[in-house]
Design a protein around this ligand. Structure first.
Ligand SMILES: Nc1nc2c(ncn2[C@@H]2O[C@H](COP(=O)(O)OP(=O)(O)OP(=O)(O)O)[C@@H](O)[C@H]2O)c(=O)[nH]1
Ligand SMILES: [Mg+2]
Length: 476
């Protein structure tokens, strides 16, 4: 019989009570790492885990309060809770970065998850009296950036979406690159019997255009994202639809003849929205409570005016799909909402240190409209420039008696050879560049390979500021 006065049972009870207390005191954060394709999400996640698990000392992460105050016990990657989702390929990513010939991890092709456990001593106060240490669990999801741009489709019907795409295609640089395709779409007999082969061929051509817009024109407002990276949906009819360039009114959608080309397009569009986009949103994006939005401003500056202004529009559209606000205590208990949001201009190591301030200001200007809307919902918002993995070294060069700042790093030249270069990559405009500015100041920021590191350390720029902003209060 269970005797409560028996000392071994008392120990057992105490251990159970301790366990329960720990469970109550432990904290959770679901961190949304948001960013368009190539913005640096996977590099950021890899660096975040490495900084916290392997390099969590005050020399490397001086701005993280719990580390500075010696309350940070340690961090490690632990098994994630969703067993049906592949794990983030952390070991493989580190393998590429620490290879004899270091290279960046591959572009992401499907979804993956990761869970971090961070053990810390609570600050002086009630929590510190209840427990020696607590654990903060951080859940992170990685996914192809292309899929993210689908989220804004959720609020549109087929007619609205077609109008938005038609407007984009009416303007350069899309217009000249897609003349044949636009003509074919115009000739499509919408009320004719569904022509499976024709729709398949048109959607294939549309996918190829999207890939071209991404790779050759540096554009980002590319929908549907799965047309570029289909994942397990490769070849499925759900990916065989196109936007109508002729324009169609939302009211016309109510009287569609079943079995026609138009009916097939609308059905597939709606099916894509509910089965692919809504599912992606419900499974991964709905429950975040902290968010970092990574923005690569440098590639679009290199690509030119249209690419840069499309980056701005894409970010605005994207942020409208998140559920900010309604963040009072009751709401948070029943349905967590993002309460802190960080915009980070990535790859700051591509420019000299004194340009970091301009990079942050440029990002601030880029997101100004969204920022105002979000702050209206009383969300804490911050902007900074950072680099998850610092691939360059800073220095100065003398030229004609004057001293200039420079960076040094390894690039890949036209013959695909690795080459060490020292250069001043150029100035970052702090304001959004105007038409004249684009003509007079062509940008040419160079990409760098990861640095060779025998000591297996990953240098960064302001990852400690990022960590403190996103997790600091949870580690108190
Ligand atoms: N120098 C430097 N380059 C970086 C950094 N982060 C990312 N990059 C570069 O940007 C490229 C894309 O980074 P990823 O982390 O793969 O970007 P992503 O957002 O995961 O891209 P997708 O998986 O395609 O959506 C890398 O291959 C690097 O060339 C950084 O901190 N410093
Ligand atoms: Mg990635």
């Amino acid at each position: 019989m269970f005797n409560i006065f028996d000392s071994s049972n008392l120990d057992l009870l105490k251990a159970e009570a301790d366990k329960l207390l720990k469970k109550t005191l432990n904290r959770h954060v679901k961190l949304a790492v948001t960013g368009l394709s190539r913005s640096g999400k996977s590099a950021f996640i890899t660096s975040l885990v490495y900084q916290l698990c392997e390099q969590s000392d005050a020399r490397n992460l001086p701005f993280v309060e719990s580390i500075r105050d010696s309350r940070f016990v340690g961090a490690k990657k632990i098994p994630q809770t969703s067993l049906h989702v592949p794990s983030f390929a952390y070991t493989e990513a580190l393998g590429s970065l620490f290879d004899d010939q270091p290279c960046w991890p591959n572009s992401t092709r499907s979804i993956s998850e990761l869970r971090l456990a961070i053990r810390y001593k609570p600050e002086e106060g009630l929590l510190s009296q209840l427990s020696d240490w607590n654990t903060l669990y951080v859940d992170i999801v990685d996914y192809p950036g292309e899929w993210l741009m689908d989220l804004p489709m959720l609020s549109l019907d087929f007619a609205q979406w077609s109008r938005m795409m038609a407007e984009l295609f009416e303007n350069e640089p899309r217009k000249s690159a897609s003349k044949d395709f636009i003509e074919k779409v115009r000739l499509l007999d919408l009320n004719g019997l569904e022509n499976e082969r024709l729709l398949q061929a048109l959607s294939k051509e549309y996918s190829q255009l999207l890939i071209k817009f991404k790779n050759e024109l540096g554009l980002s407002l590319l929908q549907p994202g799965r047309f570029i990276l289909p994942g397990e949906l490769e070849g499925a009819p759900i990916l065989q639809f196109i936007p109508l360039m002729t324009g169609i009114a939302s009211a016309d959608l109510e009287s569609i003849e079943p079995g026609t080309n138009l009916a097939a397009l609308v059905n597939r569009f709606e099916e894509y929205k509910s089965r692919v986009v809504q599912a992606f949103y419900d499974d991964y994006f709905k429950h975040f409570d902290r968010q970092i939005v990574l923005v690569d401003c440098l590639d679009p500056l290199n690509a030119g005016e249209q690419s840069f202004s499309e980056l701005q529009r894409s970010i605005e559209l994207l942020l409208q799909s998140y559920d900010y606000g309604k963040n009072n205590l009751l709401h948070r208990i029943f349905s967590p909402r993002i309460d802190k949001l960080l915009f980070a201009a990535t790859k700051a190591d591509h420019v000299t240190t004194e340009q970091h301030k301009n990079l942050t200001l440029l990002l601030n200007n880029l997101i100004e409209k969204s920022r105002k809307d979000i702050q209206f919902e009383a969300i804490e918002v911050e902007t900074m420039s950072m680099s998850s993995i610092k691939a360059t070294e800073n220095g100065f060069i003398d030229h004609k008696g004057e001293t200039f700042p420079c960076i040094k790093g390894v690039t890949i030249d036209e013959e695909q050879q690795h080459k060490t270069v020292t250069l001043f990559p150029g100035e970052i405009p702090k304001d959004l560049p105007t038409g004249e500015f684009w003509q007079n100041n062509p940008f040419k920021f160079v990409c760098f390979e990861p640095p060779k590191k025998i000591d297996k350390s990953l240098a960064h720029i302001r990852m400690d500021h990022v960590i403190e902003y996103l997790l600091g209060d949870k580690l108190r």
